[in-house]
Design a protein around this ligand. Structure first.
Ligand SMILES: [Fe+2]
Length: 287
């Protein structure tokens, strides 16, 4: 047991370097302390109750399901969102820490933003909403593909794109983690580049800790998963950039489009009462 722990520590230092290893451990301890001191948050409780209601009516849906985009949609996504001009080479998106009117946004430290700049290149897909015909086509196709597996109606929450640089560090999304979103949310990853050792791949663990890998797949591979329950990681490629689109959704009593501009650091809805407006068929309002 002690030997296993020591081996784990040594491997982590080898992977991340000593300085980054200390930062990661400090952040884990601080998250753990936050967790044990956490008071019940009424907003989180409302998401939990809402999710329990949806689960009771529709069942929990599946954990992980893979699919394939149509060739036409893949072509449209490449043309519209994957040109060099769509990606931010100056790091302005990564360094923007603006808030969003309805989405909870990740508040990254300077250290984390520096690591992101070294390892990824953000695109601008998050500035669009479902009025964009290609984004709407993507959401419509995903809805058809995963409707039965998600199991309930759902609302599209946020959509973003980025390139992972080859041989990028094992950190954040590229290390084993679950997303810790408020209950009810799910993710769909879309891979514009092939999935293999050269371009990178996606891995997850099932409930028995067995590792599964999406590998040797052609461009347009899609995976839906319960991102806060299923432990997962992106695996960077050895020689090529991997282009990924991430779509966040929330299971709900009604279907809804993403009628708002997203955010590159967008995680999930801030407040369940925003969904109330959808039930009433109104536009989402600030709360
Ligand atoms: Fe994740």
């Amino acid at each position: 047991m002690i030997i296993r722990i020591i081996r784990k520590i040594v491997n982590s230092i080898k992977r991340n370097g000593f300085k980054r290893f200390i930062v990661i451990q400090f952040s884990k301890i601080s998250n753990w302390l936050k967790l044990i001191n956490k008071k019940e948050d009424p907003v989180e409780v409302s998401f939990k109750l809402h999710s329990e209601l949806i689960d009771k009516i529709y069942g929990k849906g599946l954990d992980v399901v893979a699919g394939q985009l149509s060739d036409e949609l893949l072509k449209n996504l490449k043309t519209e969102f994957c040109n060099d001009s769509c990606f931010d080479y100056k790091g302005e998106i990564i360094n923007s820490q603006s808030i969003h009117h309805i989405l909870k946004v990740d508040d990254h430290s300077k250290d984390m933003r520096d690591t992101l700049i070294e390892n990824i290149l953000p695109g601008n897909l998050h500035i669009y909403n479902s009025k964009n015909p290609t984004l709407k086509q993507l959401h419509d196709e995903l809805r058809q593909m995963f409707r039965k597996h998600i199991g309930s109606p759902f609302v599209f929450v946020n959509t973003r794109i980025w390139k992972s640089k080859p041989n990028s560090k094992k950190f954040g999304p590229n290390d084993w983690h679950s997303d810790g979103f408020v209950p009810g949310h799910r993710k769909i990853m879309i891979y514009i580049t092939p999935l293999n050792d050269d371009y990178g791949s996606f891995e997850w663990k099932d409930s028995n800790d067995n590792i599964h890998r999406l590998n040797n797949e052609k461009p347009g591979k899609v995976v839906f998963f319960r991102n806060s329950d299923v432990v997962h990681q992106g695996v960077p490629g050895k020689t090529h950039e991997r282009i990924s689109i991430e779509v966040t959704l929330m299971r709900s009593l009604v279907n809804g489009d993403q009628n708002w501009q997203g955010h590159f650091y967008g995680r999930h809805f801030k407040n369940l009462r925003q969904i109330e407006a959808l039930y009433n068929n109104n536009k989402l309002t600030k709360i």
